[in-house]
Write a protein that binds this ligand. Structure first.
Ligand SMILES: O=C(O)CCC(=O)C(=O)O
Length: 305
């Protein structure tokens, strides 16, 4: 069973999550977890997964990766053993917690790749009005705004607009949706209640899937900005087969309207389900070449149509 966090979130933090859509929480994870995952991030950056090679921008030193837990044992253990699921359980107030997926965002010193302003929900193959999801973004370095600290528009999770998913490389596949462009926050910064806390290694941001957020280039010439998000789903989140959402490279067996769960989105709390984790427990599970081929050719067809 997952470990308990070093402390529970306070009532004030839980209230701020509801009103602002984001909180910065410190002191939840042990040094052992922080060290272990910092090393794991370095290893994955040096040996990206198939997905990592697709989403990284190697010529600009930006490394991204997704669903790393399927092939890397430290990331798998983060899901099953670390306190992250329990933190999500507290934030979402949900007894059942499934792991949704993990995503790396690594910007070495001088990596001039901003993350455009976006809402996460439109990236994901779920009903866009589902609220019982959260991300836990953990940094392994000291970050501030100029060092590509993640920045949020407080309260924007309550807006009714849904915006286009925009990736750091402006992937045309993701942009091919009917949602509106995100507002031009950077040129109207005074119009918004912006939040970008200075953070140290092991601090995390916990945020709502509808809150607008983004980050600048890493302007530091000395400090790397290594971070990853683990994303969690509570009760009532349903799968939706919608275009312009992140491709899923593993069979999941879900149809539109089904609750999130199963071998790609395993339940962790109140307890893991043996059959869901069975295949992964036997060893790394890279995607099947046939599934990758089918997904990549669907993307290429959309891009050219
Ligand atoms: O780290 C970043 O620059 C982006 C993170 C992000 O957008 C997310 O985790 O949802």
């Amino acid at each position: 069973m997952p470990e308990r966090p070093l402390r529970e979130l306070t009532a004030d933090e839980l209230l701020a999550y509801e009103t602002d859509g984001v909180i910065c929480a410190r002191g939840l994870f042990s040094d052992a977890w922080i060290d272990r995952m910092a090393h794991a991030v370095d290893r994955v950056v040096a040996n990206p997964t198939f997905f990592g090679n697709v989403v990284s921008m190697k010529d600009q030193n930006f490394s991204g990766d997704l669903f790393v837990w399927k092939v890397d044992d430290d990331f798998r253990d983060w899901i099953y053993d670390s306190p992250a699921s329990r933190v999500a359980q507290q934030v979402l107030g949900s007894e059942r917690i499934c792991h949704f997926y993990d995503q790396l965002f690594v910007k070495p010193p001088g990596c001039h790749v901003p993350t455009p302003w976006h809402q996460d929900i439109t990236f994901w193959p779920v009903d866009v009005e589902c609220r019982a999801l959260c991300s836990i973004w953990i940094t392994f370095d000291s970050v501030d705004r100029a060092g590509s600290g993640l920045e949020f528009v407080k309260g924007s999770h309550l807006w009714t607009e849904r915006f286009k998913a925009v990736t750091p490389n402006y992937d045309p596949f993701m942009l091919d949706s009917d949602f509106a462009d995100a507002p031009d926050i950077d040129n109207h910064r005074d119009d918004y209640d912006l939040y970008c806390p200075d953070m140290g290694p092991g601090d995390c941001l916990i945020f709502n899937p509808h809150v607008l957020h983004g980050s600048s280039s890493n302007y530091s010439t000395e400090t790397a900005r290594r971070a990853f998000s683990s994303r969690w789903s509570g009760e009532g989140v349903t799968y939706e087969d919608r275009r312009a959402t992140m491709p899923l490279l593993w069979e999941h067996g879900l149809q539109t309207g089904d609750p999130i769960g199963g071998s790609l989105f395993p339940q962790i709390l109140p307890h893991p389900i043996a059959e869901e984790g069975e295949r992964r427990a036997q060893g790394p599970q890279p995607p099947e070449p046939a599934t990758v081929k089918a997904v990549m050719s669907a993307i290429a067809n959309r891009a050219s149509s």
